[in-house]
Design a binder for this molecule. Structure first.
Ligand code: 4AD
Ligand code: MG
Length: 443
């Protein structure tokens, strides 16, 4: 045969993701995929894989006579979680999940995996010790996808309302939420604190930009072992110039609703896998119920809690308040004594502050803390003196009240708290890939 009569060899198809390959199957059934072996089984010269990549999974069948004996043997010995490259043709198959299977022409092992240690029925401790591998489990993957969608929804809403994303520092010479829960470290011979909040810096940044937000890591040296405290968490914070209680609460309502709706629309399968009906999230609409702290105390007393005006609401109290609710609720006007120094006093009732916590329903409790800020210099100085807070490290913060101060308000949303509620995780550590708790710094 002369070279000219030969059909030129067609180039191999470009790499595709599994989701894309399945979506384009009519047009181009011949594909090259790469990913990880999720399940493997072989019998009588036929090998079956479930192949997983970042986009989805698909069934692969490989026959010894199409792969050749050597390649087949290597593929047959590939254990779960081996990374592989497969080339072949997608064909309809009623029994395959997704309705198609890939008939492989070649299947090559890239990175072997010997005795992957994660399987079902393992203890919580074991899985936490092997979290770097356990992040590949279906539940973790679904949770992380939902979390990412919630964050995307948050940025989408804030950007659409003209907020500017800022990058405040994590290392600071002052602790903002009370020194006792701040991690300290040596900073060239000085004491530095890991940020508990970006708030004070966002307050400085609202002067040039008026509406600002940030998504940063906050740190809390929380010794209390509760299912809702992490030592390191993702903090979504916003600060609004000229705003009072209503504007502050209104933004929180729109923000949270948008986040929930986006997750419900974009990740319904993942939510269902985790035990959350997306319709429950789509049903939530502002306004959320509001209740003054004093009224909440009454309600809790009626349920047998021994509480007096002035005590903070803990995990048990918030659980009792929200257990039977299906929508979030704002608890407002907390006593001054249990809230941070920067919260503005209520001119109508000096016992309380103009602040609100948003509590998630079904017993989950606080997901947002927010308030109007004390924006007048004298009042802020007086408050700091009452609480014995030294002025020196906060000189810069007090300056904000010296140069064109304006009334303003803001809030902080605990992203893992929202994820825990939305994905119905029992413990907040399962809302983050590598949880930091008092007993865990590795992996
Ligand atoms: O209520 P917090 O302490 O408020 C502040 O830090 C304000 N400076 C925020 C602001 O106004 N910019 O924390 C805010 C939120 C809480 O409502 C909760 O959702 C979350 O952060 N949070 C935690 N999440 C996980 N683990 C912890 N240890 C948390 N502590 C607070
Ligand atoms: Mg709080």
């Amino acid at each position: 045969m002369s070279p000219s009569s030969e059909t030129p060899p067609s180039p191999p198809p470009a790499w595709s993701s599994i989701a894309r390959a399945l979506a384009d199957v009519e047009r181009s059934p011949s594909v090259r995929l790469r990913g990880w072996v999720h399940r493997t089984r072989s019998s009588g010269g036929i090998l079956f894989w479930v192949l997983r990549d970042g986009s989805g999974s698909v069934q692969v069948t490989a026959r010894k006579d199409s792969l050749g004996p050597e390649e087949f043997e290597e593929a047959e010995h590939a254990q779960v979680e081996s990374s592989v490259e497969v080339e072949g043709t997608l064909a309809p198959d009623r029994r395959a999940p997704g309705g198609f299977e890939l008939k492989a022409r070649s299947a090559r092992v890239v990175g072997a995996s010997k005795d992957f240690p994660i399987f079902t029925e393992q203890t919580e401790e074991f899985l936490l010790d092997h979290r770097h591998l356990a992040v590949r489990t279906r539940e973790m993957v679904a949770t992380l996808k939902v979390k990412s969608e919630l964050l995307r929804g948050a940025r989408e809403l804030l950007d659409s309302e003209g907020y500017w994303e800022m990058t405040p520092p994590i290392l600071s010479g002052n602790a903002a939420e009370g020194g006792s829960q701040a991690f300290t470290l040596d900073y060239f011979g000085e004491t530095a604190y890991l940020a508990q909040t970006a708030q004070l810096y966002l307050e400085a940044l609202l002067f040039p930009r008026e509406r600002v937000y940030s998504v940063t890591t906050s740190f809390r040296a929380e010794k209390s072992r509760t299912p809702r405290h992490l030592c390191e968490y993702t903090h979504l914070e916003a600060e609004i110039a000229w705003a009072g209680m209503e504007e502050n609460i209104g933004l929180q309502e729109r923000l949270l609703t948008h986040m929930l709706h986006r997750a419900a629309r974009e990740r319904p399968e993942e939510l269902r896998l985790l035990g959350r009906d997306p319709a429950e999230l789509l049903a939530l609409e502002p306004p959320f119920e509001r209740m003054r702290y004093e009224k909440a105390i009454d309600e809790l007393r009626a349920r047998g809690f021994a509480l007096e005006f002035g005590v903070d609401l803990g995990t048990a109290e918030e659980r009792a308040l929200t257990q039977e609710r299906t929508a979030p609720i704002f608890v407002t006007h907390f006593p001054r004594g249990i809230k941070a120094f920067y919260m503005a006093e209520d001119p109508g009732d000096p016992r309380v502050v103009l602040g609100a916590d948003l509590l998630a329903p079904e017993g989950y409790g606080e997901i947002i803390g927010g308030s109007c800020r004390e924006w007048e210099l004298e009042r802020l100085e007086r408050r700091m003196a009452e609480l014995g807070i030294p002025q020196e490290p906060y000189r810069w913060y007090l300056d904000l009240r010296r140069y064109g101060s304006v009334p303003h308000a803001g809030f902080g949303l605990g992203v893992e708290r929202v994820v825990r509620w939305v994905t119905r995780r029992e413990h907040i550590r399962d809302a983050t890939p590598f949880p930091r708790t008092p007993s865990r710094l590795l992996p």
